[in-house]
Design a protein around this ligand. Structure first.
Ligand SMILES: [Zn+2]
Length: 253
């Protein structure tokens, strides 16, 4: 079985095609409450045209598609990301789909995830996922700017939660191997971009239909993190899986 460390090792050994997922810092760093910016979005944009992330002090959610980067604020409203905006955590890729299929629905987020899983070449595949269609309902959150020291889990308790119906939109995000904590969110992490970027955030679930689903398989993770090796070592003793679950998953569908 190919685990997260294998994806990173392949990169270090240069055994890769260049079809990489590029990540700024780790989810474990947010869990520990370090929300300082370590890279500008202008720099992040050189590594992908698709992806997700957040901003300094957890000031909103980021989602990108077709080279358009959006910043979703407290009420879920989107504005374009400025290249000088900095990020404490972002994951991007140049999105070039390898697999595409239709999902008529109506379906839940769990059904979408199962449909993608069923088409992957390996159980621990690392890939980007895009699902475009109609949202009968959508539940999503936006993290709010933290003006005092806190952790991601504490921030999630004060997040702005939105429930909306009748949206046209798309989900953008990634699927990481199950052992990816504390480097990444294990499994699926998807952000919503609806009404052409007018509204969006970190997706928690909903009822979707008429979906066009695209999967872009990657052969390695390029981790631009100050403490990547320390995080990997830490992962052996403290996986942070429960903390990540509590901070990043919504109520069940
Ligand atoms: Zn998110």
């Amino acid at each position: 079985m190919r685990k997260l460390a294998g994806h990173i090792r392949d990169y270090i050994k240069g055994r890769c095609s260049g079809d990489e997922v590029f990540q700024v810092e780790t989810i474990g760093r947010l869990i520990d409450g370090d929300f300082t910016g370590s890279m500008s979005y202008g720099e992040v944009m050189k590594h992908g045209d698709f992806g997700l992330g957040t901003f300094v002090d957890l000031d909103g959610e980021m989602a990108a598609v077709d080279g358009q980067f959006w910043h979703f604020g407290p009420d879920g409203r989107g504005t374009p990301v400025a290249p000088e905006d900095r990020t404490p955590f972002a994951v991007v890729k140049f999105f070039r789909p390898d697999i595409a299929f239709r999902l008529d629905g109506p379906c839940t987020m769990a059904a979408l995830e199962a449909a993608v899983d069923a088409r992957l070449p390996a159980a621990d595949a690392l890939c980007a996922v895009r699902a475009k269609g109609h949202f009968r309902s959508a539940r999503f959150r936006v993290v709010l700017r933290q003006d005092h020291p806190s952790t991601l889990e504490e921030a999630a308790r004060t997040q702005s939660e939105q429930d909306m119906t009748g949206l046209e939109g798309q989900l953008v995000g990634f699927r990481f191997p199950a052992d990816s904590a504390p480097v990444e969110v294990p499994g699926y992490h998807l952000h919503l971009i609806a009404d052409g970027g007018r509204i969006g955030g970190h997706f928690h679930g909903g009822t979707m239909e008429d979906l066009t689903v695209e999967i872009d398989l990657s052969d390695h993770l390029h981790l631009a993190a100050h403490d990547a090796m320390a995080r990997l070592a830490l992962g052996a003793s403290r996986r942070m899986k429960d903390e990540i679950e509590r901070a990043e998953r919504g109520r069940s569908d």
